[in-house]
Design a protein around this ligand. Structure first.
Ligand SMILES: [Zn+2]
Length: 126
């Protein structure tokens, strides 16, 4: 399952986020990373290392990101500020329910993208 970046819409595999993203940081050879203790749960050390790699978070889990390393190279999504605000609210609401957070994020992205498409179609006709 993928979860998209609310800022640039880049899709990220949830398994990669939980198990492999930590290896793209300076912590790649630490005991925590090597024994797979990370599991996406952010403490101060993981959060700092991942933010140095380009991530920014709204919650206490890796899936609750609002910016990703691709944001530097891609154009921002047309409704990125709304998507970031929604993601932050959802992170506060769902707490430790990561599966629920991912599922609701996917549903909200689908609804927001459909709304943008309809709005664009109306603007093109007008
Ligand atoms: Zn991004």
């Amino acid at each position: 399952m993928d979860i998209s970046c609310p800022s640039c819409a880049e899709p990220w595999d949830t398994d990669y986020l939980c198990h492999d993203a930590i290896y793209d940081t300076d912590l790649y050879n630490t005991a925590e990373a090597l024994c797979d203790a990370f599991h996406g749960k952010l403490d101060d050390t993981y959060r700092f290392a991942l933010e140095q790699a380009g991530w920014k978070f709204a919650g206490t889990h890796m899936h609750m990101f609002v910016r990703c390393p691709c944001c530097k190279e891609k154009a921002l999504h047309p409704s990125s500020s709304l998507r970031i605000e929604t993601r932050q609210l959802l992170a506060d609401l769902m707490g430790d329910d990561i599966d629920g957070f991912v599922s609701f994020s996917e549903d909200l992205d689908t609804m927001q993208n459909a709304r943008i498409s309809r709005f664009s179609a109306v603007k093109a006709v007008a």
